[in-house]
Design a protein around this ligand. Structure first.
Ligand SMILES: [Mg+2]
Length: 222
């Protein structure tokens, strides 16, 4: 293991980078589905679309629709990714939005247009994949890996693969208290900046002090 470890951020896309729900609500209104308004507190969104009898069919159809292709970035994302790049921390998107050719092509063009030079690459996984296999490929012992995701179950899988999870705070994961949380991407940038500063500080002290300091920084709440 080298003396100076690197940092790498793995990032979910839908609900974290892209405002997935805004596009979904537009799609559902077009389907004539009754919408109560507000944000969902359940992942299947049956609280805000109570008459929806096939939520996952709608999710799949939405992701093949123009509403999904036109979904917008959360407003703080571009600035936050620029700040993370200035920290010399690479970002890899890992998305389980589906790995069909059209979805991959649309998303690749979208990110090249809106986030040029702000990410290393995109890993597309089948719809709903828990990302376990993808996480296993990020195993450089000289790197601290972080993952931001809006699903607590994915954060748990990340943690089991030695990756520090950050849970994007959403109505549907409020009950889960195991993880470090971020309200938005600017908090992720701040968190990584603080972590990197602590890391730099620890290079000035003895190896034992360093390991203690870093373990205090990790978010093992299990
Ligand atoms: Mg997500």
């Amino acid at each position: 293991m080298s003396d100076k470890k690197k940092i790498h951020l793995l990032s979910d896309v839908d609900g974290v980078i892209v405002n997935w729900f805004a596009g979904f609500s537009e799609y559902m209104k077009e389907q004539g589905e009754f919408y109560t308004g507000g944000l969902p507190s359940r992942y299947d969104m049956k609280d805000v679309f109570p008459l929806n009898t096939s939520p996952y069919k709608h999710i799949q159809e939405y992701q093949a629709s123009h509403h999904y292709r036109e979904a917008t970035l959360f407003p703080e994302v571009k600035k936050a990714l620029s700040a993370i790049r200035k920290l010399d921390i690479p970002v890899t998107f890992i998305t389980a939005c589906g790995d069909h050719t059209e979805i991959k092509a649309v998303r690749s063009v979208y990110f090249e247009k809106h986030l040029p030079d702000l990410y290393e690459g995109i890993i597309f996984l089948p719809l709903g994949d828990n990302k376990d296999e993808a996480f296993k490929s990020f195993n450089d012992p000289d790197t601290y890996y972080f993952m931001i995701d809006d699903l607590a179950d994915v954060c748990k899988v990340a943690y089991r693969n030695g990756i520090n999870p950050i849970l994007k705070d959403m109505e549907y994961n409020r009950h889960d208290i195991r993880f470090t949380r971020a309200n938005d991407y600017s908090q992720v940038a701040n968190y990584l900046s603080e972590f990197k500063n602590k890391l730099i500080d620890t290079y000035q002290v003895t190896p034992n002090d360093r390991e203690q300091s870093i373990s205090q920084s990790s978010n093992a709440h299990f």
